[in-house]
Ligand binder design. Structure first.
Ligand code: 5GP
Ligand code: MG
Length: 177
C-alpha cells in the first residue's frame, strides 16, 4: 500500500544530477573513475549518472554492473544472504576510483557483497557508494558517501524507487507492506 510520495520526477532528477556533480567533485574530475551499478535499478541510475557526468565534463566514464540479490534461505528468519550472480566490468579496476551506485541502502549486506566481489577482481584505489535513499536499519559498519535522501523507515515500510526505464515513470514512494 502506497503511503506517500517522497519525490516526483523532477525531485528525483535533481537528486541524480546533484549526485553526478558530487561524484565529480569528490573525485576532482573524472580521472580513473568507474561507475558500477548494482543490479536492476542501480544499473539504470549509474547509466544516467554516466550521461550527466559526460554532459558536465565531456568525458564518458566507464560503467559496469554487479548483479546481487538477497537470497532468503529460510523464510522464518530475517537472515538474508546476498548472492553475487554476475559481474560486468568495462575494464581492469586496479588503481581506479569506483563509485558503487544503488537505489536504496538498508542493512548494508548487499554493499558488503559488492565490495567482496570487487576485491576479488583486483585492487581499486578507492571505492565510494552513492544511493538515492538511505532507509536506515544498518547491520554492518557501511555508509553511503553520497546520499539522495535519508528516509527513516520502520521495518514494515519499503521504499519504491521507480525509474522510467523499468517502471515507466520516475518517482520515489514509501509503501506499507
Ligand atoms: P541491504 O542489502 O542494504 O539490506 O539492502 C539493499 C538492497 O536491497 C539494495 O540493492 C536495494 O535495491 C534493496 N532494498 C532494500 N530495501 C529496499 C527498499 O526499501 N526499497 C528498495 N527499492 N530496495 C530495497
Ligand atoms: Mg537492489
Amino acid at each position: 500500500r502506497e503511503k506517500a510520495k517522497l519525490m516526483n520526477a523532477q525531485d528525483l532528477n535533481r537528486v541524480i544530477r546533484r549526485i553526478a556533480h558530487e561524484m565529480v567533485e569528490r573525485n576532482k574530475g573524472t580521472d580513473r573513475m568507474i561507475l558500477v551499478g548494482i543490479h536492476r535499478r542501480g544499473v539504470y541510475i549509474a547509466r544516467r549518472l554516466q550521461k550527466l557526468v559526460e554532459d558536465a565534463e565531456g568525458v564518458k566514464v566507464p560503467c559496469g554492473e554487479l548483479d546481487i540479490t538477497l537470497y532468503r534461505d529460510d523464510l522464518t528468519t530475517l537472515s538474508e544472504q546476498p548472492i553475487v550472480h554476475s559481474t560486468r566490468m568495462p575494464e581492469d579496476i586496479c588503481g581506479k576510483h569506483i563509485f558503487l551506485v544503488d537505489d536504496v541502502i538498508f542493512t548494508g549486506r548487499t554493499v558488503r557483497a559488492a565490495l567482496e566481489a570487487l576485491v576479488d577482481l583486483g585492487r581499486p584505489q578507492s571505492v565510494q557508494l552513492a544511493v538515492i535513499v538511505d532507509r536506515g536499519h544498518r547491520e554492518l559498519p557501511i555508509h553511503a558517501d553520497i546520499c539522495g535522501r535519508n528516509v527513516p523507515t520502520s521495518k514494515n515500510e519499503v521504499i519504491e524507487v521507480r525509474v522510467e526505464e523499468l517502471d515507466g515513470k520516475d518517482e520515489v514512494v514509501i509503501c506499507e507492506r
